[in-house]
Design a protein around this ligand. Structure first.
Ligand code: GLU
Length: 497
């Protein structure tokens, strides 16, 4: 049997370092065994999935040097590799589950489900579906469908006993069926949820080993149940420990940049970042911390996966990257990397265009544009609060903008401009006064080239990091403040706070 593994990202945001970490392990496992590694796009969440995110994820993994044998961009014998193009396959499988009594239609309204949740919470019970619609007769179901009532399809789950998940790295994990919810498999729009699509695809794509993040452990019983309902042999399953912030909490962009694009923009070399992720997954190779992808693959086995929560330790990444820069590139190669990183003709043209109306000598570009070629900026924090708005309002503005910028679907100056206007109105200050501390945080100076264009060119990730740094200098928002500012300036907030 040929080993086949996959990475199955959902294109709902920036390309996450966690996706690369899971992809790397799956790649190494497949290649170690002479198998295939494939990439499947799990875009069943139509509201949150975007083609830009898909493109960015694929590009980032390619940048890192992780290659797949089959995928949406490459095709292959098991396509399509994008779940939104496989709706008919899932519908057919849902029909099969319904016909065999392994799934049922549920007509409960969201109001009823909300009430149920509230009542369960009040009684200190976990929130889960109570099975009301499982008792509907075939006639009831037929007449409600004929009347056009919307419904979802849910999984039938045993009411007693224990499911044993045999994790290839951790051994057996027991989960009581009473802890497993009657999962929605198909939504009222006829699209599948992750669980159904994932199982059907892993089977049809002949995946032999599913290696995924440990946040999916509690879903494994639902998946195993689906395999048994369909009469299929489940793949081997292993769960990787989650990457962590230095404080051991789950890696999150609030505390640590998580986007691969951030690390690319900061000037980390793809081979250094990949080496770092490999170290997090399985430790040194032959006692060495610096090793190539080929070495990693040659020595890879699932027992080498460290189960303690690996800490995404940026100083360690810095050290590793420094070694690659100094030791692994000759002068020409290094110069080529510097050029490709920050001085491509296209980037230079965009940046130069911002400087042209504002300088008297070409040598002025050094001071004016240095922030485009920097990581973290150094400036006097007093500058952040030297404008017309007081320090508490500056903090609020930074926190609100940081949150709202993350909600922008596309990152371009017109949308950023509109957002600044909305937030200025919401906190009742002039746009000009609002932007001043942002000039400082993002360009290091209170006067510079146009802010929104600069933000567009710098990219979302560098901007997020600079705002986070500015907030750190002024004091990060407390829980209470976050709560208080929750709706300020958001698109849905009607009343300015
Ligand atoms: N689409 C899921 C994710 O984004 C895939 C999880 C899995 O590997 O099954 O994490």
């Amino acid at each position: 049997m040929k080993v086949r593994t996959r990475v199955a990202p959902s294109p709902t945001g920036d390309p996450h370092v966690g996706t690369a970490y899971v992809a790397l392990v799956n790649y190494a496992f497949a290649k170690r065994h002479g198998g295939d590694f494939l990439l499947r796009v799990e875009d069943t969440d139509r509201a949150r999935s975007t083609p830009e995110s898909e493109r960015a994820i694929l590009k980032s993994l390619q940048w890192l040097g992780i290659e797949w044998d089959e995928g949406p961009d490459k095709g292959g014998p098991h396509g399509p590799y994008r779940q939104s193009e496989r709706a008919a396959i899932y519908r057919e499988h849902v029909e099969r589950l319904l016909a065999d009594g392994h799934a049922f239609r549920c007509f409960c309204t969201s109001a009823r489900l909300d009430d149920l949740r509230v009542a369960q919470r009040a009684a200190g019970q976990p929130s889960r579906y109570d099975g009301l619609c499982r008792g509907l007769s075939a006639d009831d179901v037929a007449s409600r469908m004929a009347a056009g009532e919307p419904f979802v399809v849910r999984l039938v789950v045993p009411s007693e006993g224990v499911c044993v998940v045999r994790d290839a790295r951790r051994g057996p994990i027991e989960i009581a069926w009473s802890d497993v919810d009657m999962q929605v498999l198909m939504k009222s729009d006829g699209l599948p949820t992750y669980h159904l699509a994932n199982v059907v695809d892993d089977h049809l794509m002949e995946i032999t080993h599913v290696i995924r993040g440990e946040e999916w452990v509690s879903s494994a019983p639902k998946h195993l149940l689906l395999y048994s309902y369909f009469g299929w042999t489940p793949p081997e399953i292993a769960h990787l420990p989650l990457l962590r912030n230095p404080d051991k909490s789950k890696l999150s962009k609030r505390k640590n940049p998580t986007s691969i694009l951030f690390y690319e923009r900061m000037g980390y070399l793809p081979e250094a970042l990949l080496n770092f992720l490999a170290l997090l997954a399985a430790g040194p190779v032959g006692g060495e911390e610096v090793f190539s992808l080929a070495d990693f693959v040659d020595h890879f086995s699932l027992d080498r996966i460290s189960l303690g929560g690996p800490v995404f330790d940026v100083p360690k990444l810095d050290w590793l990257n420094g070694r690659y820069l100094r030791e692994r590139l000759d002068g020409n190669a290094f110069a080529a990397r510097v050029g490709a990183w920050g001085f491509s003709p296209e980037r230079v043209a965009r940046i130069a265009a911002l400087a042209q109306p504002r300088i008297e000598r070409l040598s002025d570009v050094g001071n004016l544009l240095a922030f485009f070629f920097a990581g973290r900026l150094t400036y006097d924090s007093a500058l952040l609060v030297a404008g017309k708005i007081d320090a508490p309002t500056v903090r609020k503005a930074l926190a609100v903008m940081q949150r709202e910028l993350d909600t922008l679907r596309s990152w371009e100056s017109a949308g950023i401009d509109a957002l600044f206007r909305r937030v200025a109105a919401a906190i009742d200050i002039k746009v000009r006064d609002l932007t001043r501390p942002f000039y400082v945080a993002i360009t290091g100076s209170s006067t510079s080239v146009p802010l929104y264009d600069a933000m567009e060119i710098l990219g979302r990730d560098i901007v997020r990091e600079r705002l986070r740094h500015a907030l750190e200098l002024l004091g990060a928002p407390s829980k209470r403040e976050q709560e208080e500012w929750k709706n300020v300036g958001s698109a849905s907030a009607e009343i300015p706070a």
